[in-house]
Design a protein around this ligand. Structure first.
Ligand SMILES: Cc1cc2nc3c(=O)[nH]c(=O)nc-3n(C[C@H](O)[C@H](O)[C@H](O)COP(=O)(O)OP(=O)(O)OC[C@H]3O[C@@H](n4cnc5c(N)ncnc54)[C@H](O)[C@@H]3O)c2cc1C
Length: 264
């Protein structure tokens, strides 16, 4: 690791100011991704801005037909929240299957979504529910947030503060885990609700994406068999030592079918 300055602000405004003043500073939430990156010298921040002291980035509350979850909420807190279980059970279920218990007790919603790892779980829920990302500067619809692998619409001095999830009529998630890393090989988050019918695919491509052919098929008939008939084109899917692009494209269909079955 390189030397860096450590700071722990207590407000969103102060954290944003620190980043605006120093383009080589970095936010840290749970450190599950950032610390390994520092240890491997893949990242060299001058200042690390610890977000754990910012109360306004915590909490889970219902606002009308929205569930608002603070960026600093850990996966284990989402998994066990009575509010989440009541409003969007598929989200609590998803959180309960992220990594292992150590990861769930450190990793945060904001860290996962800001990082936009193609194989992460939360981006599928954010896109699949048509959520809104609340930042220190603005509100960004999910459809405009995930730009490409490890890249989002967040500017360098912009913090992810909370996510507003519209409460769906139905939602379900299914994923095929890599048995070694537990990250997603291919997953599908489906929902029907105020944002229409949405199918978000993670793990299979370089960035989470909406599968519009499956959305059209579900609009005709909401059933697992409706999506099973839609083929995912392997062109552009990820291929690596863990699975070919063709295998991942096949998994997309299987996971979408299971997600619709889970949604009921
Ligand atoms: C062994 C292991 C297994 C895992 N398995 C899974 C899995 O199965 N599924 C899954 O989805 N994830 C998995 N993860 C990832 C984990 O769940 C974390 O969510 C992820 O690593 C991000 O970590 P963090 O929240 O601690 O963020 P950090 O590591 O602190 O930060 C990650 C990045 O986001 C930035 N950042 C953090 N918070 C904010 C914010 N509020 N606003 C703007 N930028 C911010 C940081 O500057 C950094 O660039 C795994 C991680 C590990 C170590």
């Amino acid at each position: 690791m390189y030397d860096f300055t450590y700071t722990k602000p207590s407000s969103v405004a102060d954290a944003a100011k620190l980043l605006a003043a120093d383009p080589d500073a970095k936010f840290i939430s749970g450190g599950q991704t950032l610390l390994p990156a520092l240890k491997h010298r893949l990242n060299k921040p001058t200042t690390v801005v610890d977000l754990t002291g910012i109360a306004e980035m915590r909490g889970i509350r219902r606002e009308g037909n929205m569930l608002v979850i603070g960026a600093m909420m850990k996966h284990a807190e989402v998994e066990t929240s009575a509010e989440v279980k009541a409003a969007i059970p598929a989200l609590a279920e998803m959180a309960s299957n992220i990594g292992d218990v150590q990861v769930r007790n450190r990793g945060t919603l904001g860290g996962s979504v800001s990082n936009n790892d193609p194989a992460a779980d939360y981006p599928a829920a954010v896109l699949g529910l048509g959520a809104t990302v609340v930042t220190s500067k603005r509100e960004i619809p999910a459809d405009e947030f995930f730009l490409r692998m490890f890249t989002t619409a967040l500017e360098t001095d912009e913090l992810l503060v909370a996510i507003k999830f519209p409460i769906p009529e139905k939602a379900g998630y299914a994923k095929m885990r890599n048995p070694a890393s537990r990250y997603v090989m291919a997953g599908a988050f489906v929902s029907k609700g105020p944002m229409g019918i949405r199918v978000a695919i993670n793990g299979a491509g370089p960035c989470v994406f909406r599968q519009s052919d499956m959305e059209a098929a579900l609009a005709d008939s909401w059933s697992p068999d409706a999506v099973a008939g839609v083929k995912q084109d392997p062109d552009g899917m990820n291929g690596d030592i863990h699975g070919s692009a063709e295998y991942r494209a096949h998994l997309v269909g299987v996971m979408a079918k299971r997600a619709v079955a889970a949604a009921g």
